[in-house]
Design a protein around this ligand. Structure first.
Ligand code: UTP
Length: 286
């Protein structure tokens, strides 16, 4: 079965990026000239997925406004002959079928995912964290969706991280069953360095099946009193096979200040209009 729907949870508080995130959703922080969430919607479109549910919360209306039409701006651009900018603005509001649902309380990623139950119905779906970007030749979600078509089972996108960083991620204990593919034996959310079963980290990209909703319903609050998606996946793994796929691409955590700066510099260096001048500026600076 093909993956045709996607969910982007974007209702977290973004405490690592305060004070900016006091009023600006972290998913709306700009990487060069587009908000982070725009790149994620582009990734989905390139993967052939156009039905997208964004989980928002209070203070997150900017996200819905961004993907909506801007009649006054469009009129201004039209009257002033700025055709290229008009086309760019209109294109954003026609990018995909974007739906919204509010997570009334930020009770964790698992709780946010559960808000997508009605939208998802009985199909597999892609899950992308709104502040995680992946730069890849083949869109990361497409790599995972291709795996799903073969295995018809939950697929978690993973990458190897430095052992000293394992306490920042969900970590899997896996058995290698193919090129870049692991059968998941266990998963643990942000383990201590000593307790981590490996350095294979969950990186904000998943293909999930509707089984996850029932598992979330049965999952009590875990770390930080939040309903953790990793805990629900752990439960699911006791009943069904789950796979982890080492995807190809560079992942950026734009919800973290350093991660955001790294993403900004690297995306700017890849940007045709800016790269030459920016590179020579950086060379002089350093
Ligand atoms: P994070 O772990 O990055 O949490 O959430 P956060 O609260 O947004 O940010 P920090 O750690 O306080 O800085 C991972 C993803 O899950 C979403 C976030 O918006 C982000 O995309 N999320 C998290 C929700 O949608 N709801 C929640 O209750 C928690």
């Amino acid at each position: 079965m093909k993956v045709k729907k996607a969910v982007i949870p974007a209702a977290g508080f973004g405490t690592r990026f305060l004070p900016a995130t006091k009023s600006t959703p972290k998913e709306m922080l700009t990487i060069v000239d587009k908000p982070a969430i725009h790149y994620n919607v582009e990734e989905l479109i390139e993967a052939g997925i156009e039905d997208i549910l964004i989980i928002i919360g209070r203070n997150k209306e900017d996200i819905a406004n961004y993907f909506d039409r801007s009649p006054e701006l469009e009129l201004f651009l039209k009257e002033n002959g700025k055709e290229e900018l008009l086309e760019l603005t209109e294109r954003i509001s026609n990018m995909a079928n974007i739906h919204y649902v509010r997570q009334k309380d930020a009770k964790g990623l698992g709780h946010a995912v559960h808000c997508a139950k009605t939208f998802v119905g009985d199909e597999p779906f892609a899950l992308l964290l709104g502040d995680d970007l992946v730069y890849a030749t083949t869109p990361c979600i497409k790599q995972l969706a291709d795996m799903y078509e073969t295995y018809e089972s939950t697929i978690i996108g993973v990458q190897n991280v430095d052992k000293s960083q394992v306490n920042k991620y969900g970590i899997i204990d896996g058995l290698k069953v193919g090129e870049n593919l692991y059968e998941v034996k266990d998963l643990v959310e942000k383990p201590s360095i000593e307790e981590a079963p490996s350095n294979i980290a969950i990186m904000g990209r998943y293909i999930l099946t509707p089984d996850i909703f029932h598992m979330i319903e049965e999952t009590p609050p875990g770390k930080n009193g939040e309903i953790q998606l990793t805990d629900a996946l752990r439960r699911l793994n006791q009943q069904k096979e789950i796979y982890a796929y080492l995807f190809d691409g560079k992942r950026y955590d734009t919800g973290d200040k350093l991660g955001y700066l790294i993403a900004t510099v690297e995306y700017a260096l890849r940007n045709e209009e800016l790269s030459e001048d920016f590179r020579s500026y950086l060379k002089k600076l350093l």
